[in-house]
Design a protein around this ligand. Sequence first.
Ligand code: 4AD
Ligand code: MG
Length: 432
Amino acid sequence: MGRIPIREILDGSLEGRRVEVRGWVYRLRRLGGKVFVVVRDGSGSIIQCVLDKVTAEKFADEVDRLGIEASVVVEGVVRSDPRAPGGYEVSVSRLEVVGESHNFPIKGGEGIDYLLDNRHLWIRSRRLTNVFRVKDTVLRALREFYRKDGWWEVTPPILTMSAVEGGATLFPVDFFGKKAYLSQSAQFYLEVMIFSLEKVWAITTSFRAERSRTRRHLYEYTHFEAEAAWYDMYDMMRVVEDSVKYIVGKVLEERSGELEFLGRNIRPLEIAADEKYPVITYEEAIEILQRKGMNVKWGDDLGADEERVLTSEFETPFFVVKFPKELKAFYMKEDPDDPRVVLGFDLLAPEGYGEVVGGSEREDDEEKLVSRIRAEGFDLGDYEWYLDLRRYGSVPHSGFGLGVERLVMWIAGLDHIRDATPFPRFRDRLYP
Ligand code: 4AD
Ligand code: MG
């Protein structure tokens, strides 16, 4: 029989069969002439492979070359053994060391700084392996959903000439002697493209020079964004809700072993996959927070603390809509019924996680847009092309951005966003 992923062996149906396992040495122990090699592979699982005395002697040269994280090929018969991790082990008849590894730098118990310095090796940990398997499914489900639903994938640039989300978080770059910026959001390019394709989406890397270091901010993150002509804010919220439900459903269906390894309580995810997401206004959010004893008033921003308190009111993800204009980006459409607020929405994940999606209906009135751009202190000349969209066949439209690592953080139940991305950047560390 050919090469088998460890996770499949642990499913149980291969008992008594001869298998080949390829992987890396996770643990190594010798006991009374026997050798116990626990092997991990890309399936995020481990299996104990046992060389009895005779086999250990036969493969003595190979056994001598074993070390933690050596890559190996092991052949043997699957046996059930309640003492083995996962309940099965491989009774080895052949061992081959492919790549030796001696004195692997991570031994367990190291601090976070050391681990981040060795991220290229730490990435092999079972925990991160399981997280990135969940992330793959999140990304795949996102793409699946939007393909099925008749949207077009497009490829906006990362090098940009103007701010989308305010000047404070821009990363400048030198573009042949001119100042350019790393993209904060592909939104404006997506807005351009709805005039031909109508419903578009993109996955790009967004950059934010965030001032404060928090557990839910990255300087570089994976941004899923969608934009559609003829959609009002509520149309777009429905798409957001349906797609998040679809993703959570897919992860529950396909990544239950990974969630279990990560210790994730799946009940909140089951609820999120099924139940309707409530909608509250910003004003109602403020009232809830005041009732809960928080010192906030209309006009204050909802930070991580406020969001955490709000999430304790809901079992599912929920929307907060209609924020004061001053709190939101200039492109959000003014509410025709209340000019103090904009038709913007955030989707907050429950269990304390908070914002995972931000979106809005877009301002399509050229004059209002111009005065908002001026109020931001931006140079109008930088936005002429954006204003053109309001001059030539303007159309009501809406869009949103979803932080993929934020979503993975919640779904996988992580307490820090850095583990939802393979190579997180920090101010004092641009490595590896
Ligand atoms: O709310 P934001 O800033 O909205 C926009 O960028 C819009 N232009 C998107 C659009 O309408 N096309 O960012 C969208 C999402 C947030 O809800 C959050 O999930 C994520 O991007 N995000 C971050 N994720 C990780 N680290 C950061 N520093 C993030 N900043 C935003
Ligand atoms: Mg936001």
